[in-house]
Structures are given as structure tokens and as C-alpha cells.
Design a protein. Structure first.
Length: 144
């Protein structure tokens, strides 16, 4: 956007897969505003996978407004579901991010809840059914 508004964009158009990829803003006017800025600067936005032409006609304007609203609602619903999932996993004692506190280590546990290994800084789990907990190691045992 900075290149477009400044008039220094090295391209003549912006290609977007569909309206939802342009932005899933809760305020649909925001995505329309960004598209307006591009159009005003002479850099049109083309939606490649949409069935309508982005030509400013009344049918295309209605379709864009409807699809922007749908994209914003999808984003809102997805956020609610993700937050609920994160809360559920946190209640089960699984790590949800951040650096472990002093004396704790990130520990990989299997789906059955058995400790597999300590994870080094920057190391990630590779099996989707495994989880990461913060565990205290000492004298050959661990506690959650």
C-alpha cells in the first residue's frame, strides 16, 4: 500500500485470488478503502477467481460487498473457534506459547500423556497428536 499511495509501485495492477484474500476485515469499508486507494493511484485490483468483473458496475459492487461481509464473518467465527480450542488445551495443561518459566522445560508428550523428550529452544513438535507441556525435571521424574 505504501508503494501504491506514494506512486512508486513497480507494477501496474494487483492480482488477488478472490475478495476474501484482499482482507477479512470486520469493517468491510476498510477493504473497500484500500481498493479505492489503489484505484485512485492508477493501480487496479483484479480478482482472479471471482465470477464477476471488477468493473464498478452495480452487480459487481453488490457481489464485492456481500463477499467482503462473508469473509469478515468467516474470520470472526474462526477466531472464536481457535480461541475455544486454545482454552481447552490450556485447561488440559498443554503449553500455548511463550517462554517457559524459570526451572521449567518444554517437554514433548505423546497422545497417551507419556513424556517423550525435552525440546531445545526453537525446536518444534512434528507429530500432530503430540503435545507440549511445561515440565520440571529433577531426579529422573517430571511433573506438570
Amino acid at each position: 500500500m505504501q508503494d501504491v499511495v506514494a506512486g512508486t509501485a513497480p507494477y501496474k495492477a494487483i492480482l488477488v485470488y478472490d475478495v476474501s484474500r484482499w482482507g477479512r476485515f470486520q469493517d468491510t469499508d476498510e477493504s473497500a478503502h484500500y481498493e479505492f486507494l489503489c484505484k485512485s493511484a492508477g493501480v487496479p485490483v483484479h480478482y482472479c477467481a471471482e465470477t464477476f468483473a471488477n468493473d464498478g458496475s452495480l452487480p459487481s459492487l453488490i457481489m464485492k460487498a456481500l463477499k467482503r461481509t462473508m469473509a469478515g464473518e468467516y474470520s470472526r467465527e474462526l477466531g472464536v473457534k481457535v480461541l475455544a480450542g486454545q482454552k481447552r488445551l490450556a485447561r488440559l495443561g498443554f503449553k500455548q506459547g511463550g517462554v517457559p518459566g524459570y526451572g521449567l522445560r518444554r517437554t514433548l508428550v505423546s497422545a497417551a500423556g507419556t513424556a517423550k523428550q525435552q525440546l531445545a529452544s526453537g525446536e518444534r513438535k512434528s507429530i500432530t497428536t503430540d503435545r507440549v507441556i511445561r515440565a520440571k525435571f529433577g531426579f529422573g521424574s517430571f511433573t506438570r
